[in-house]
Each structure stands twice: as C-alpha cells, then as structure tokens.
Design a protein around this ligand. Structure first.
Ligand code: C2E
Ligand code: MG
Ligand code: MG
Length: 542
C-alpha cells in the first residue's frame, strides 16, 4: 500500500520538485497580476512554494525559494494594476525579508522533524535488550546485499538452553550468557551481529562462501564446548548454528530471508551442532503443506475410500474380522502411513478418524444386510485419545445405523509414546465397557511395548511385520514365541501382521499364534471384493 502510494507520487526527482516550485511561484505572480496587484490578498499564496521548498530541500532550499518569491513579487509588480501604482522598494524588500525568515523557520522545523523521524526509525531497528540491530534491520541489510548482488553467508546461532538458564538459574545469568555469545561472535566473525529473537543472534559474513562460514561457525561452537564463567558461576551454554548463503540458497529477498530463518528448524545438525541449509527439507515442508490443504479438500469432497484386510483365525480356520485401512486416490504418491502422519502433525486426524468410523459402521451394516456378519477394527491415532470425542462419536454413529455392538474394535499403535497414560487407560476402559476390543498395533516396534502391555487394558497384541519378516531366524522365532506366550499368560490374544508365506503361517500356527493378517491370506480388499471373499471363503470351508 505504502509502496503503491510512493509509486503514484510525481515528485520523484529533485529537478521535478524544483520545477514545480518555480511554476508555483510564477503562478502566484500571475494571480497577483490578474487580481489587480499586491494590495490584494493573493501575495499570501507565495507561502505555498516556500513551504514546499522547505519540505523538499530544507533551510537552503526554503531561503532560495523565499528570495525568488520576494523578488518575483518585487519592483515590477504594481500595488494596483488598474491605477498603475507601483510598490515602494521598502515594501517589497520587507516582504522578501519576511519570506526569507518564514522559509528559514520552516526549513529548520522540517530538519528537526526529519531528525526526529530518523531517530525513531533508527530506534525501531535496535533491540533494546542487547543494543544490537534487530530482525527488521537484518532483513533490510539482507535485501540490500541481494540488491547489490554481493555474496554473503548468514550464521544464525540459537542458545537452546537459554530458557532453562533463565528459569532455573537466573535471568540475569541468561542475559549475560547472550552477551557472551555476542562477544564470541564479534571476535570470531566481525561486527555484523543482529539480535533476532531473545535466544537467537545472527551474523552476516560478507564475501564468505559456505566453507569459510562453516569453519567460522565451528570455531564458535568450539568456544562453547566448555562451561563459561558468568559471575563466578560455570554455565554450560548449548548453542546451535544454522548457515545459509547468498546466492547459493536463492535470490529472492523474501524467500531467502525465510530460508535463512528455517535453517535452525531443519533439525539436521552435525556432530558440531551446525546445520547448513538444505533446500530438500524446505521442499518437503512445502509439499507437506500442500498435502495438508489437499487433505482438507479430500475430507470435504469425499475423496477417501476404505479397504478391508481379512484377518484369519488359525484355531477355527475362519475369517475372524477385518482391518479397515484408509485409501486416498489423490495421495500424490504417498502411502497411507505418510499422509496419516501429516494429518496427525497438523491436528486434523480427528476428523479423518470420524470419517473412517462412520463409514466402517455403515459398511458393517450393509454387509449384515447382505448376510455377512463380520467384525472390523479401525486404527486410532494417539491424538484421538486426548479426549473422549471418538468414543462419543462411536456411540452416536452406532445408534444411527443400528449396527450391532461388539462389531467394532480399535487398533492403537505402539510406535508412539502415549503421554497421558492414566487418562488413556481410563478412556480405553470405557471403550471396552461399550463393547469394543483394544488391539495393540505394531507391537515390538516402539520403545515402551511391555509397559503398555501391562498398564493399558489391551485385549490383543498385533506382532509387527518386522518380526514376521525374520521368522526364519532362530533368534527372531524365540522372541515371537516369547511374545505369544507372555500375551497368552496375560490373557491376551495375538495377531501376526504381514504374513506373506505359507512357511510363516505354519511356523506361527506351531507357536500357537491366534490369528494372522497378511498378503498370504489376502491383500486389503474393496468392500464388494471383501464380501465376495467372505462368501467364497465360507463356501470353501463348509
Ligand atoms: P497398520 O495398522 O499396521 O496396517 C497394516 C499395514 O500393513 C497396511 O498398510 C497393510 O496394507 C500392510 N500389510 C498387511 N499385510 C501385509 C503384507 O503381508 N505385506 C506387506 N508388505 N504389507 C502388508 P497400509 O494400509 O499402507 O497402512 C499403513 C499404516 O497406516 C497402518 O499400519 C496404520 O498405522 C496407518 N493407517 C491406515 N489406515 C488408517 C486409518 O484409517 N487411521 C489411522 N489413524 N491410521 C491408519
Ligand atoms: Mg493397524
Ligand atoms: Mg500394524
């Protein structure tokens, strides 16, 4: 907006400004002449070019304009044109003197205003705590260098434990720690240091390529390997450096500024705690963002479908149920686990789970009407367990479609750490009381398998495919056998996931695994295919 206003402004060059002032003076002269002479009020209009001149050119400009204005209204300008009465020299000289005085005062006033504004502007570029230029100034300086096409590297330093120091040691120690970092940067990399955030400083290294900048950052990191003494207190500062370079990492000032800021967030630090900007990470983040938008659209436009993978019971030789798995046509070459992860990170997984839930319940009802009475399990994300929304939604949906109870189970992945374990425990008990079973999915791939098995009200353990893949190895067989026996002793059933061969199936049967799921028995099927599969399977097993 401001820029647009600036573009519209016609007074772009000093010559145009001076020209306008001269024309204004002449215009006033003509007006005075046509109005009948200086005894009429139009001489006061001469203050306009004087004010403009003070504004454009300061004191000197205002004085020159005032002299020109005074002289142009001088000896040849009649007091009264009609009567042919001319001015006295004292009269026009006095007027000229008043114009000059006014111009001087106005010019000085403008100068004061300018200085004031300048000081304010300068202040808005300074970080009050450190006295260093701030992020605004950093952005301007980066823009400036890019405009001049000067190569530079930017090192951004974050003190990752500053918050901790402020909170648990003393904020004054924290303040001094920031100055230690600034001091070290200034001595190693020069004076172009900026305060970006309370725990972040940046330094522009003019003419530095990536390698040189990396070497400087390494020296800086080394200087903080040992605790630094702050007020007799040894304090360990944990610092991380992110490095980016112009022109290597882009030429658009806006993009480059964002790029540079992101280096520290890419979490790709080497052993020295230094990360060099990597555009592939940014590209991935952009893709993630686009996928997220597309996921919202998919929910709105009903682009999701469900497939059902049969689960086979090794004891009864029957189909024990099915796992509902989400599919998205427009998944941009991403597999289900990948787009589910994006939905989880963005916090829209709850909406997806609701969609899955409603559709599975409808499908179960449809199959029931077609004579196929089968159970299905759906996958829950740990985020779904933060409230009882899903439980309430299940109850409502069940009522609407009047599907039988005990037909819907829930799979809870073991890969992710459950933070609020007591609340989850309570919620799972309520889900079970409502007639559903809880299956612990991907068992063995997380880092808290056993404790979850003991603490949470689990009915069934799904041994992850990673174990089944190596079932031909004795050590893996021992482990699987242990999992099966332990689960059985704890009164839980076991499903083996990802069973692909007859050999694997036979070994699992020997180990008394209860059920299997995998390509050996069937791939995930579309609803109609699944119904046909169940019908033909039943016929074969009569
Ligand atoms: P999961 O729950 O462990 O599902 C099993 C995955 O293994 C499925 O992949 C299935 O197609 C695949 N699979 C089954 N048998 C075999 C086999 O014999 N060989 C091989 N190579 N793979 C087999 P899918 O459908 O791509 O799903 C991947 C993961 O995405 C799921 O793992 C689950 O964690 C998640 N997921 C899928 N649908 C949903 C959903 O509706 N909600 C949530 N929150 N997560 C879901
Ligand atoms: Mg699952
Ligand atoms: Mg699994």
């Amino acid at each position: 907006m401001k820029k647009a206003a600036r573009d519209l402004c016609v007074f772009k060059t000093p010559a145009v400004k001076a020209g306008f002032i001269l024309i204004s003076i002449l215009a006033v002269d003509f007006m005075v002449l046509f109005a009948g002479g200086t005894e009429f009020a139009f001489t006061h209009l001469m203050y306009i070019p004087i004010i403009l001149s003070a504004f454009f050119f300061g004191i000197k400009g205002a004085i020159v304009a005032a002299l020109l204005a005074g002289i142009s209204l001088g000896p040849w300008m009649p007091v009264n044109v009609k009567l042919g009465v001319m001015q006295s020299s004292g009269g026009w000289a006095l007027r000229t003197a008043i114009f000059v005085l006014t111009g001087t005062v106005l010019g000085d006033l403008m100068r004061q205003i300018r200085i004031n504004m300048e000081t304010r502007l300068q202040r808005s570029w300074i970080n009050e705590d450190t006295g260093l230029p701030n992020i605004k100034k950093l952005k301007m300086d980066i823009d400036d260098r890019i405009r001049k096409r000067e190569e530079f590297s930017l090192v951004v330093v974050r003190i990752t434990n500053l918050d901790h120091i402020n909170r648990y040691v003393d904020y004054r120690v924290g303040e001094k720690a920031v100055f230690k970092v600034i001091g070290s940067l200034e001595s190693l990399m020069g004076r172009n240091v900026y305060s970006v955030f309370p725990n972040e400083v940046a330094v522009i290294l003019p003419g530095y390529g990536l390698e040189r900048a990396y070497a400087a950052a390494r020296k800086f990191q080394e200087s903080f390997q040992k605790p630094v003494v702050i007020g007799k207190l040894p304090v360990s500062l944990i610092t991380k450096c992110g490095i980016s370079n112009y022109p290597l990492h882009g030429g658009d000032p806006v993009d480059l500024f964002k790029t540079m800021g992101r280096t520290l967030d890419q979490d790709r630090f080497d052993g020295q705690g230094i990360a060099v900007y990597d555009d592939s990470v940014s590209r991935k983040n952009k893709e993630k963002y686009e996928t997220l938008i597309a996921l919202y659209e998919a929910l709105k436009n009903d682009e999701f479908t469900l497939v059902y993978q049969p689960i086979f019971d090794l004891n009864s030789n029957k189909i024990a149920g099915a796992e509902a798995l989400l599919r998205w046509e427009n998944s941009r070459n991403m597999n289900t686990a990948e787009f589910i992860q994006i939905a989880e990170d963005a916090g829209i997984i709850g909406e997806i789970t609701k969609w899955v839930l409603e559709n599975v319940i409808c499908q179960l009802k449809k199959w029931q009407e077609q004579g196929v009475k089968i159970k299905a399990s759906i996958n829950l994300s740990p985020r779904d367990l933060k409230s009882d929304v899903i439980l309430r939604h299940t109850e409502n949906s069940m009522q609407t479609v009047e599907a039988g109870r005990n037909m819907l189970d829930y799979e809870l992945t073991e890969r992710v750490l459950i933070e609020n374990i007591s609340e989850v425990e309570e919620l799972l008990r309520r889900i079970r009381a409502a007639g559903s079973k809880i299956l612990l999915d991907d068992f063995g791939t997380g880092y808290n398998s056993l404790i979850q098995l003991i603490r949470l009200p689990i009915d069934c353990v799904k041994v992850d495919k990673a174990f089944i893949d190596h079932i031909d190895k004795e050590s893996c067989r021992i482990l699987i056998q242990e999992i099966i026996s332990t689960a059985h002793q704890l009164g839980k059933e076991v499903i083996a996931e990802g069973v692909e061969t007859e050999e694997q199936m036979l070994l699992l049967k020997k180990m008394k695994c209860d059920q299997i799921q995998g390509y050996y028995f069937s791939k995930p099927l579309r609803p109609e295919e699944f119904r046909e599969f169940c019908v033909s399977f039943d016929l074969l097993n009569v």
